[in-house]
Ligand binder design. Structure first.
Ligand SMILES: [Zn+2]
Length: 312
C-alpha cells in the first residue's frame, strides 16, 4: 500500500471517529407511516385529498386486558389495523381519542372511561373539522365491544346531520370477508368461551404489537358469572342468537348497575374467557388481521367505484 493511500485511509478513520454523534430521543423508533395523520404534514394531507375523500377513524379504548396484554390493546390494535388498510388503498387514518366507554373495567387499575355522550360529541366535532378540509366519507372502525352502540350512533349522526357519509368499517368489511380458514380456529377452540383478553385478542396482539405482549404473565382466569348467566354459556357457544343477545345485554356492565357483571366481579384476572392462553399464536393473529384488512380494502375500493371522489 502506498504511503498516500495509507494516509488517506487514516484521515477517513479520523473523520468517522470524530464525527459528532447526534443526540436524538433514544425512545423514538417510529417510521413515518403513509396516510397516517399524526405523521403527515399539512401538504401531505392536501396531496392525499386529491386522491381520496375517505377517512378511517378508530374508536378504541384504554382499559385493562388481563395480566399479559397492555391497557392500550384496543387502541394500538385498532390503529395498526387501520394503518395496514391504508397501505393498500388510499385513505386517511385519523386517530382522535385513545379512551372509550369502559366503565365495567374500572375495577382494575389503569382503565380510563368516558361517557357515551362525551365520546360521540368529541368524534362528531372531529369529523366536522375533517369535513371542513374536504373529507367526505368516514369509515368508523370500532375496536372495542363496549363502543358498539356509540359507533353506530356516531355513523348515524354523521349521515343525518352533516354533508359527510359514514359506515362502520367492521360491519362494512364483513359484507365482503372470506369465511374463516380452518387453520385460524380449530373445531375444539370454537366451543371455548373466549371474549375479552382471550385467545383471539392475545393472538391479534402477538401479531400486531408483539413486544407488548407478556406471555409469561398470562394466567388462566377464574370466572364467577351470576348462575343464570353461567348456564347460558353453552347456548352462547352454540351460536344461539337470542341467548347471545340476552347474555351480552347483561354481561360486562359497571359495578354501579348492581348486575354483578363487571370485569372484576366476574374474572380473577380481567380476562373474560376460559380458553388456554398459551394456544394464542401470532400466526392466528396474522390470519385474522389479513382477513379483515383484505375485506376492508375490497369494501373501500368498491365504495370508491360506487361513488367517485367528485360525485355530487
Ligand atoms: Zn380489547
Amino acid at each position: 500500500m502506498s504511503k498516500n493511500l495509507m494516509m488517506t485511509g487514516f484521515m477517513v478513520c479520523l473523520c468517522f471517529s470524530f464525527r459528532p454523534t447526534i443526540d436524538t430521543n433514544p425512545l423514538w423508533h417510529e417510521q413515518k407511516i403513509k396516510n397516517y395523520l399524526p405523521h403527515m404534514t399539512s401538504p401531505d394531507v392536501s396531496e392525499l385529498l386529491k386522491k381520496t375523500d375517505m377517512v378511517i377513524i378508530p374508536i378504541p379504548a384504554l382499559e385493562q386486558h388481563g395480566k399479559h396484554l397492555p391497557i392500550g390493546t384496543d387502541f394500538l390494535n385498532g390503529v395498526e389495523r387501520a394503518k395496514l388498510v391504508a397501505q393498500k388503498t388510499d385513505v386517511l387514518v385519523a386517530p382522535v381519542l385513545m379512551v372509550g366507554q369502559s366503565p365495567y373495567h374500572m375495577g382494575f387499575a389503569g382503565t380510563i372511561s368516558l361517557s357515551s355522550n362525551t365520546i360521540v360529541e368529541v368524534y362528531f366535532e372531529a369529523v366536522q373539522s375533517l369535513i371542513q378540509h374536504g373529507f367526505k366519507r368516514f369509515l368508523i372502525l370500532n375496536s372495542h365491544g363496549g363502543n358498539r352502540a356509540i359507533s353506530i350512533f356516531l355513523v348515524d349522526r354523521i349521515n343525518q346531520e352533516t354533508s359527510g357519509i359514514a359506515v362502520e368499517l367492521g360491519e362494512a368489511a364483513s359484507t365482503l370477508s372470506k369465511p374463516r380458514s380452518s387453520s385460524s380456529t380449530s373445531a375444539n377452540e370454537k366451543k371455548v368461551f373466549d371474549r375479552h383478553g382471550g385467545i383471539n385478542e392475545t393472538s391479534s396482539s402477538l401479531y400486531l404489537i408483539p413486544n407488548l405482549v407478556q406471555m409469561d404473565k398470562a394466567e388462566q382466569a377464574k370466572l364467577t358469572l351470576p348462575a343464570h348467566m353461567e348456564s347460558m354459556i353453552p347456548e352462547v357457544l352454540e351460536g344461539d342468537a337470542a341467548t347471545n343477545l340476552v347474555f351480552l345485554a347483561e354481561g360486562l356492565k359497571s359495578k354501579e348497575t348492581g348486575k354483578k357483571t363487571s370485569a372484576a366481579e366476574m374474572s380473577s384476572t380481567g380476562v373474560w374467557g376460559i380458553g388456554d392462553l398459551s394456544t394464542a399464536t401470532a400466526d392466528r393473529g396474522r390470519a385474522e388481521t389479513e382477513r379483515f384488512v383484505s375485506a376492508a380494502v375490497l369494501f373501500i375500493d368498491k365504495w370508491k367505484k360506487l361513488r367517485p371522489i367528485n360525485a355530487r
